[in-house]
Design a protein around this ligand. Structure first.
Ligand SMILES: [Zn+2]
Length: 111
């Protein structure tokens, strides 16, 4: 098992102490459960809980209103990109035929 880098000083000398991770460089310690939760938060999942990655092809899981248009359920989304920073509540981006590149939410697509 590899230990996470220290979130405070970013050095890689982390060791375990009970339920804590400890950094000997700056003496910061943090909870293992918090670490696991933070890592989980970085993972983007579709409506079924499958992990989404850059370049994936997914389909729209429900009809989506886009202005006066509707993107129908089952529409393909190509060249998926996972956004590092959410954009207006959207966490993924992809190309939809007829609509171009759109910001989407991972909760409305499936692999
Ligand atoms: Zn540190």
């Amino acid at each position: 098992m590899s230990y996470p880098a220290c979130p405070k000083c970013h050095e890689n000398y982390t060791y375990e102490d009970g339920h804590l991770f400890v950094c000997p460089m700056c003496f910061h310690s943090w909870d293992k459960m918090a670490q696991a939760a933070a890592e989980e938060a970085l993972i983007t999942r579709d409506i079924n809980g499958n992990i989404l990655e850059d370049g994936d092809e997914v389909i729209i899981a429900q009809d989506l209103k886009l202005g006066k248009d509707t993107i129908k359920q089952g529409t393909k989304v190509r060249s998926l990109r996972i956004l590092d920073e959410p954009h207006d509540g959207h966490d993924i981006q992809g190309r939809v035929a007829g609509f171009g590149t759109l910001y989407l939410k991972s909760s409305v697509v499936k692999k």
